[in-house]
Write a protein that binds this ligand. Sequence first.
Ligand code: 5GP
Ligand code: ZN
Length: 115
Amino acid sequence: MSENCLFCNIISGTVPADKVDENDLALAFRDINPQAPAHILVIPKLHIASTLELNDDNSQYLQAVTQMANAIAKNEDLSDQGFRWVINTGKYGGQTVDHLHLHILGGRQLNWPPG
Ligand code: 5GP
Ligand code: ZN
């Protein structure tokens, strides 16, 4: 828990969010500024600042995030048409919140390469 972290405050309930799924290790909620008809963020319930902080000691959180993301893709009917996972890291990666989060984007044709 990092008191100044927006997503830690969503985990603690200090900041409200439109929750989609939750367990002991991970939390999913809808992005406040959706870039696709389905845009859900899945975060570890441990303050991991970015992918660069992933290691053997916290790898169970990444596993929980990816398992939850797959369950959500199925529940939100995204799996037949396809969808995209995105994790931005650092300034050039476009990361704006320093708490690891996996974007699930779906519900429309997504373009490649990204901007
Ligand atoms: P990043 O740019 O770091 O990869 O993604 C951060 C995401 O968090 C953005 O898509 C942004 O819209 C979303 N976001 C920022 N503040 C809030 C908030 O207060 N609530 C929710 N639900 N999403 C937020
Ligand atoms: Zn945090």
